[in-house]
Design a protein. Structure first.
Length: 343
């Protein structure tokens, strides 16, 4: 351990409202028990949390609310005050506004001021991108303590008046796949006995010549009546590509670190859905690793997910443990991941 090591002190999370199970979703949209059973078996996600009232569509939590709650939770667990933080980075695909940046609203809510604050707009790799930016900036020695946040919400895309018979099946599946939430971690440079060290963070574009697997539109005043779909996704491309890309990312991390697959104690795989995560984990082939997965219980919360995994992981790690996390973004195909070690 030396003065240039970057440690994760703690992780915190936030979920809005009570868990919504598949039976509740099926009843709300009159989809029947067959749909509920199909989701249980083929998607494998059992509950999720929404930042809106399922019956009225009324927003009950903003992304700023959730991110601030997660940030405060992480700071409290790390025994760090707002005055100690000299860098804030947020990764999200669903900011409250285009401007002001949600990260600035969160910093204000937490009482953080006079420090650099960055917002990265990205899909499921955004959390790792935020971690990478913070990690690189801490390594320069100009900063000592960073608050890194990942958060997403599908509230803007929920239509409480949708009629199932007139709604595309993919849209109804998204209601079962996705949930809302936020996560955060506190990173610190220098010797911190008993805390996991960030050994490597990688982010690599992998979409050259490949069509996007996911598109989220945004509409200004001149296009508010556009007939373009606000959200589209190529599920087949995602199912085919993500397991392979996750396995490649794991190999890249291991090669960089000169670690062997059977030396990994914990694996944090991409969190698409309960069923898909199981397939991805099998493809990654880390036979000795304990798998840390949360998506079946909270849904796909996008950039919040790695922090929910970290929240479970960090208390489990003992001296000598190694952990690897991978996140794959399908919007324009990004491979990302990070590795931790506890001395």
């Amino acid at each position: 351990m030396d003065n240039s090591d970057i440690h994760i002190l703690a992780a915190g999370t936030a979920l809005p409202g009570p868990p919504v199970d598949n039976a509740t979703l099926a009843a709300r949209f009159s989809l029947g028990s067959a749909w509920e059973q199909w989701v249980d078996f083929f998607i494998g996600t059992h509950t999720r949390h929404f930042a809106f009232d399922l019956n009225t569509g009324q927003r009950v939590s903003t992304l700023t609310d959730l991110a601030a709650q997660a940030g405060a939770d992480a700071l409290d667990k790390a025994a760090v005050t707002a005055a100690d933080v000299d860098l804030v980075v947020l990764g999200t695909a669903s900011p409250d506004f285009l401007i002001p940046a949600t990260v600035n609203m969160v910093a204000d809510r937490l009482g953080i001021d006079g420090v650099p604050a960055y917002q990265l707009q990205s899909g499921c790799s955004g959390a790792v991108q935020a971690l990478d930016v913070a990690h690189q900036m801490l390594l320069t020695g100009r900063h000592s303590t960073a608050l890194v946040i990942g958060a997403d919400s599908c509230a803007k895309h929920f239509n409480a008046r949708a009629e199932p018979r007139r709604t595309a099946p993919a849209v109804m599946v998204n209601g079962a796949l996705f949930g809302d939430g936020a996560g955060a971690a506190v990173l610190r440079r220098g010797p911190v006995p008993g805390k996991a060290i960030v050994r490597r963070v990688i982010v690599k574009l992998a979409g050259l010549g490949r069509p996007p697997g996911q598109i989220v539109e945004w509409f200004g005043a001149g296009e508010r009546h556009s007939d373009r779909a606000a959200f589209s996704e190529d599920y087949q491309a995602i199912e085919e590509a993500v397991p392979t890309m996750a396995a490649q990312t794991l190999r890249d991390l291991l090669a960089d670190l000169e670690w062997e697959a059977d030396e990994i104690d914990y694996l944090l795989p991409p969190q698409l859905s309960g069923r898909m995560t199981a397939r991805i984990t099998e493809a990654m082939d880390a036979p000795m690793a304990h798998v840390v997965s949360v998506v079946a219980d909270i849904g796909n919360t996008g950039n919040a997910l790695p922090f929910f995994q970290l929240q479970q992981l960090l208390p489990r790690m003992i001296s000598g443990d190694r952990a690897v996390a991978v996140a794959i973004e399908s919007s324009k195909w990004i491979k990302s991941g990070f590795a931790l070690e506890k001395l």
